[in-house]
Design a protein around this ligand. Structure first.
Ligand code: ZN
Ligand code: MN
Length: 495
């Protein structure tokens, strides 16, 4: 071990996350404004007196947001209290029209819980401290660049009032890679619950706390002595907007703090901003203490009794359980089972195909062919969500022997994705339909007739000659003949 690695081994990172996820509801959390954002929408067009914070406007809680929160709580194994309450978190910032954010303070809708995930081949479990509902603020755009150089700033309240779930973890992460794996798994679970859309811009935002402690204070099971943790100065890194971003930001911050400590400098307790384009964290401001927010009860919203909601609301089978079942029920290997359960839509489609065809064949079609071609085009199954019937029909065409596997994979599937056509149209256009027996026989006779040298080579026992002749027949039939049949017919004709 070199001096450098010995030194590195002495320090360990301790990370906790606060994850804000936008919940997929049709309307905002406290008013009837739509949450559906169009690319070309006017700023401040999806607003009303409630989400603009006008005097006298009263919030009305969206049941859909509560339902989503209860689902999340059930999926994370949180305890859901009999009664939950809302609070005002007071702070002045232009994206917050009321000068307070309606959130939850001492009685969050989800208390405790955990999430299990895989990282580098290991299983890890991270504890969830709490998860609560709150409203999203509006968004600011700084004219001419960054917040400190902008000439002026524009504010758009279209996002204000979008329901958010803030999920707070215990400081259980020991590295950036773990944080990334956790966030990816969390997104997967939320997507299964149907409460979250990962493709929506800004739908996942992460604040991360990171401090460096003496590695000796970390027990073998990862537990850390409370006093050590309290005495370590930590930074809060804000503005992380994806799981990849979280890994980069935290790796940067870990190195920055370790370097400071090794050089004998103290790590400042502060809030830092992750600058995605520069790939660094920069000091923002000293962090407000909790008392600065002057939390008090939101008197315009009565306490919410959620006791009976948790009985009433069901959640679907979650990714880990489904993965396990796919292996047992369909005999899939772990890799295929994992690929086929990354999103609920993929898993549902696989099960639909597997119920009509052989599960192995279905796995090849969905995991390798369809997902492979989609991935190659930077698309996902959601982009073709309304065309799944067409893909099912393509597999049926192959299964019925109407077209060859090769043509289905290399021509029909690709054109379906590139040209947006249905499989039957492509089969017609390309003339890929089943060739009748007479046509294949004629092609076999012609290939023999036109290639006397290859015939001679075949009789002389040369291996490649038959393949060459098969290729000639395939070309004559436009690739629609079955290669196995052609092979047989050629052998018979040449015997
Ligand atoms: Zn509104
Ligand atoms: Mn929050």
């Amino acid at each position: 071990m070199t001096a450098q690695t010995a030194e590195q081994a002495e320090l360990a990172a301790v990370i906790g996350l606060e994850v804000h996820v936008q919940l997929e509801t049709a309307t905002k959390i406290f008013c009837g404004c739509s949450t559906e954002s169009a690319d070309d929408e006017e700023p401040n067009s999806r607003t009303c007196p409630v989400c603009l914070g006008l005097p006298g406007a009263l919030p009305v809680l969206n049941e859909g947001a509560v339902e989503a929160a209860v689902k999340i709580g059930k999926a994370l194994g949180s305890s859901i209290p009999t009664e939950t309450r809302f609070h005002r978190k007071n702070y002045y910032y232009p994206d917050l029209p009321k000068n307070f954010q309606i959130t939850q303070y001492d009685a969050p809708i989800c208390d405790g819980g955990e999430l299990e995930f895989s990282v580098g081949g290991d299983r890890r479990t991270v504890r969830i401290e709490r998860a609560h509902l709150e409203e999203d603020p509006g968004s600011l755009s700084h004219a001419g660049g960054s917040i400190d150089t902008a000439e002026y700033t524009l504010v758009d309240y279209n996002r204000a009032g979008t329901p958010l779930m803030e999920i707070v973890t215990a400081p259980d992460f020991r590295g950036a890679e773990e944080a990334r794996a956790f966030l990816a798994k969390l997104e997967e679970v939320l997507e299964y619950l149907g409460v979250f859309d990962a493709t929506r811009d800004g739908s996942l935002r992460v604040d991360a706390n990171l401090s460096i402690v003496d590695a000796g204070a970390v027990a073998d099971d990862g537990a850390i002595d409370e006093a050590t943790l309290r005495s370590a100065n930590r930074t809060e890194v804000k503005n992380i907007s994806s799981h990849k971003g979280a890994e980069k930001a935290l790796a940067y911050e870990e190195t920055r703090q370790k370097n400071a400590i090794r050089r004998g400098r103290e790590v400042e307790q502060e809030t830092r901003h992750w600058d995605e384009t520069r790939g660094i964290t920069v000091s923002m401001r000293s962090k407000e203490a909790e008392k600065d927010y002057r939390y008090f009860r939101e008197a315009d919203l009565p306490p919410l009794r959620v006791a009976d909601w948790k009985e009433r609301i069901d959640i679907p089978e979650l990714p880990d359980a489904r993965r396990k079942r796919f292996r047992e029920e369909y005999g899939l290997d772990p890799e295929a089972a994992s690929k086929l359960t990354t999103t609920k839509q993929v898993a549902d489609f696989y099960e639909r195909i597997a119920s009509d065809f052989d599960p192995e064949l279905a796995a090849t079609w969905v995991a390798d062919n369809l997902l492979g071609e989609l991935n190659y085009r930077d698309m996902s199954i959601t982009d073709v969500g309304d065309r799944l019937d067409e893909f099912a029909r393509l597999i049926e065409l192959v299964d019925d022997g109407e077209i060859t596997v090769k043509n289905a994979e290399e021509i029909v599937l690709r054109r379906m994705l590139d040209d947006g056509l249905d499989p039957e149209t492509i089969v017609d256009e390309e003339g890929l339909g089943k060739t009748d027996a007479g046509e294949v026989e004629a092609a076999v006779a012609a290939a023999i007739e036109e290639n006397p040298d290859a015939v001679e080579d075949y009789h002389a026992g040369e291996d490649g000659a038959l393949n060459f002749l098969v290729g000639q027949v395939m070309a004559k039939t436009g690739g629609s003949a079955d290669p196995g049949t052609v092979n047989e017919l050629l052998r018979e004709a040449l015997a």
